[in-house]
Design a protein around this ligand. Sequence first.
Ligand code: PGA
Length: 251
Amino acid sequence: MRRPLVAGNWKMFKKIAEAVEMVATLKPLVAGSTTVDIVVCPVFTSLHAVAQALKGSNIEVGAQNCYPKESGAYTGEVAPQMLLDAGCAWTIIGHSERREYFKENDEFLNEKLKYALATGLKVMFCIGETLAERQGGKMNEVLKRQLTGGLQGLTEADFGRMSIAYEPVWAIGTGLTATPDQAEEAHAFVRSVVRAQFGETVADALRIQYGGSVKPENAAELMAKPNVDGALVGGAALKADSFAAIVNAAG
Ligand code: PGA
C-alpha cells in the first residue's frame, strides 16, 4: 500500500542554532522508523545546516516554497536548483498562506509545481477550502478547481515524485481539526478527481497527506483512514517529541 509521508512545516520559526538543535533531538526519536517517509521543512536560512545535520539519517529536508526559474533578476526568490544544492529533497508548493498572503494562484502554482518536479525536487502540493467555502457548500468545487488548475499537464512520472496535502484552511493553526471522517471524505474526493483526470494507476499510488492542527493526540486516528496517507504538520512539528510521536503514529 501507500507508504505514509509525515512532514513538518516549520513556517517562519527557528533560527539556525534552534533548527539544528531540534533535528539533533529528533533524529534518535525516529531512528527506528522504517515504514514512514519523514521530512522537515525549515526556513531557507536553516536549510543547509539542517541538511548537514541530517546527513545519513532517515529524515529528508524540504523547503517551504520556491520560484520557477533557475536564476535571474527575481529579488527575494529562491530557485529549486539552489534548494537541491542546499541539501533539500522536497519543497512545499501552494500552502494556503502563500495563496492567501502572497496571492499565488492556481496557474502560477502549476508553473512552480512543474518546474520544481523537472529539476528533481519532490513536491508536497497543498490544497484546501476556507471555512466560508465549506459552509457555502463549495468544498468540492474549490478542491476540484485547485486540482484541475494546479496539476494541469503533469505526467504519470511526475506523480511518482509528489504528494498532495489536503489542508482545510479553517483547521490550520486554529486547533480545529477535521474529524477523521471529514478528512477521509475530502481525501476520497481528491483521489476521485485525480482518478478521473489522470487514471487509476496514478490515483491509487498518490499519497494524500492531511494537514490542519495535527497533534500526537489525533494523528493515529486521522492516518488510520484508508485515504489519509500521512500528515503535513505545522505547530506540533516544532517540538521534537510531538513531531516524533506523530511520525511514530503513522507506522
Ligand atoms: P498546523 O499547520 O498543524 O499548525 O495547523 C499545518 C500547516 O499549515 O501545514
